[in-house]
Design a protein around this ligand. Structure first.
Ligand code: 4AD
Ligand code: MG
Length: 435
């Protein structure tokens, strides 16, 4: 028996005969030699099968292999400067686990397919090089996020998916039947629960799926997305901004450090990512509106930024832009109004460069019980559902804050993608619930 290895590890076995289990990515034929390209989830490797060196039946079998057939290749690892990963495999044997029949071939071929076709075949499309690279960058970003918080004194406390009340407005709630007469909603954000756990642990984060019944069909919206949300007791807006900045710089650094090859596959201009260093530019909403107006936007003070506005704002910077103090009116009920100017809230959005728009939203929360009660009423939210949340302001209330970053928007930016739908294995959108 020869040792089993992977394509990523094959280099350690140069000169040895090994076994690699995977799938046939592609097959090139050139007379008496065939070149099966093997894919095993860790990379691609060119194999070389020479007719004169193999039993005739085996060579014929290899020559007739079809795309995505599952195979176990036995061969000798040979260093080759010209090969993609630096090594090739000289085939000694191939065991065919399943040969994909010509009568029903693998549907995704090297030719161009439309996006709807690819989305319908998402379960297979994930095997393609670009999709594979994107999800590896996503994994790296998630690992960086966790490492960042784990090494900065934050405790991971995950929050529930079924919730009795809204967090980010009532218009994007997914309602579910929760036994007899009860209604529940899929969570829009773990923030409210994080505020409770922050009072228990000081600094916490949650990281899980969140849901928004977004009727918008933009390139930035999913109905199910993953959000990382830190929350800190005794923290103000400035501290929230500092942590957001430090975290983003850390994530970008990690991706540049560990995912160069994937970024190359994606043809990402890495110099754009290398520019992402602290300090990020900061501006107020007031100034942002003035800049937008000077650039011809229709925005008036009091309005929310559209995607185009966000692009116009960030185009002057080579790194993320932090905009704070939005009008209280357009922000969530829990946002702390600026004490000197209650018409603006102590909230911040982080806008990614290159037109990627908002990747982070957060800020300081109301810690005064009376004010919070008033805001719940103004927003017509049911007090009963928030009794526990109000308790947090009765028993040792403190200034606190945090933020949420949607992983998909962040990854779309890191990878330089047009749409967030490719940043998650199985995207959920207005018109897509399959596969
Ligand atoms: O700005 P949002 O709505 O803020 C909150 O949910 C706060 N409760 C977070 C907090 O302070 N703990 O959402 C935060 C981020 C956005 O900046 C964006 O990255 C992402 O979540 N996001 C979405 N991503 C994909 N599809 C959607 N429909 C998204 N909605 C928000
Ligand atoms: Mg927001």
């Amino acid at each position: 028996m020869h040792p089993r290895t992977t394509i990523a590890e094959a280099g350690r076995h140069a000169g040895e005969t090994v076994q690699i289990a995977g799938w046939l990515y592609n097959l090139r034929k050139s007379g008496k030699i065939v070149f099966p390209i093997l894919r095993d989830g860790t990379g691609l490797m060119q194999c070389v099968a020479v007719k004169s060196a193999l039993p005739e039946a085996l060579f014929e079998t290899i020559k007739d292999l079809t795309q995505e057939s599952s195979i176990v290749v036995t061969g000798k690892v040979r260093a080759d400067q010209r090969a993609a990963g630096g090594y090739e495999l000289d085939v000694e044997d191939i065991q065919v686990i399943q040969r994909v029949p010509e009568s029903d071939p693998y549907p995704i071929t090297p030719k161009e397919h439309g996006i709807e076709f690819l989305m319908d075949h998402r379960h297979l499309w994930l095997r393609s090089q670009r999709q594979h690279a994107i999800l590896r960058v996503r994994h790296e970003a998630i690992r960086a996020v966790r490492d960042y918080f784990d090494s900065h004194g934050f405790t991971l406390v995950d929050t529930p998916i079924f919730t009795p009340a809204a967090c980010e407005g009532t218009t994007t709630l997914f309602e579910v039947n929760y036994f007899e007469d009860a209604k529940a909603y899929l969570t829009q954000s773990g923030q409210l629960y994080n505020e409770a756990t922050a009072m228990a642990f000081g600094k916490v984060y949650c990281f899980g799926p969140t849901f928004r019944a977004e009727k918008s069909k933009t390139r930035r919206h999913l109905t199910e997305f993953w959000m990382v949300e830190p929350e800190m007791a005794y923290a103000d807006l400035e501290e929230v901004k500092r942590v957001a900045e430090e975290m983003v710089v850390f994530i970008v650094g990690r991706v540049l450090e560990n995912r160069r090859e994937e970024l190359r596959v994606l043809e990402r201009d890495v110099s754009k990512l290398e520019a992402v260093q602290a300090p990020f530019p900061r501006m107020t909403y007031d100034d942002a509106v003035k800049i937008l107006q000077s650039k011809g936007s229709e925005i008036e003070w009091g309005g929310d930024f559209g995607g185009t506005d966000e692009t116009l704002l960030s185009e002057d910077f080579d790194r993320p832009l932090m905009v704070d103090r939005y009008p209280t009116e357009i922000k969530a009920f829990y946002m702390q109004p600026d004490p000197g100017r209650p018409e603006v809230a102590m909230g911040v959005d982080v806008l990614a460069p290159e037109g990627y728009g908002e990747i982070i939203g957060g800020g300081q929360r109301i810690h005064d019980p009376e004010l919070l009660l008033r805001r719940l009423e103004e927003h017509q939210l049911p007090k009963e559902a928030f009794d526990w949340y109000l308790d947090l302001r009765k028993y040792g209330t403190v200034p606190h804050g945090g933020f949420g970053m949607g992983i998909e928007r962040c990854v779309a930016w890191l990878c330089g993608l047009e749409h967030v739908r490719e940043t998650i294995a199985f995207p959920r959108m207005l018109y897509r619930l399959r596969p």
